[in-house]
Design a protein around this ligand. Sequence first.
Ligand SMILES: [Zn+2]
Length: 303
Amino acid sequence: MNVFIALISALCLLIFYGCSGLAQEQSEVSDEEATTVMNASLRADQDSVPEGTIASFDSPSSLKSSPPVAPVTATNWTDLYHPRYLTGKFTAKDHPDFQVVPKAWTDGDGTYYLHARTIEAFGEMRNAALNDGVRLTIVSAFRNFDRQKAIWEAKWEGRRVLEGKINAALAYPDPADRARAILRYSSMPGTSRHHWGTDLDLNRLTNSYYESGQGLKVYEWLNENAAEYGFCQPYTAKGTQRPNGYEEEKWHWSFTPISSMLTAYAEANLRDTMISGFAGAKSAPQIEVVENYVLGINPECRK
Ligand SMILES: [Zn+2]
């Protein structure tokens, strides 16, 4: 009888350790495989992008140290779920999913691009608004990394003053303070929702316009109807719902069927150290730009 119990015990021990050992081995293999796939996709991407047309993606290795929740599987930079797309390191005219916004919908001040699905939804919303006597005019749309870098560096170096005629280079010698001051209304290159082809600015870039007269009518119409067409205001008034990020922007609207997925992708994959390639980029980790600004939006726009 004792021999029988000893045999059973030995068998149980063998099964227990054998199985857990195997499980450990499998998990090691799958982590390694995931890294290999990720590296291969980034290499494939670097090979396929023509030199000189797009700013390089600076630190793909940072992806390896932070395993994403949703794995990076894109092999093509035109894929939505790719760091290059997320950080705006491409030109809209070279992207197959981007289109020129009809001039009649804009202030006519240049050529505006958006993702084709954003244009389609905005066209329907614009028509509905016109039927209600409200005109929605796009005054800014897609901006790529290089465009945002030009805006940012002009402010960083004091060539362009901030609101209140403040020269940021003189007023804020500390890099983190200077970044926070610019970030009240301007995005750091690589973190702007305008990189995504989903976000646009309407009519006037001042909150006061939307607080009386025709502007108030526009804002009330948007609050009542925009969600029906997939649009949401990401930068609402700061408060318990939205403690961090940019100041309120009543003019900035986002097409959430795409941008909510990109926000989730950013949360899983974008790291402060990946925000680089411009003057003052070292402040990105100091101010935790991804957590506080990229993710510091109206929670309604994440649905
Ligand atoms: Zn905007």
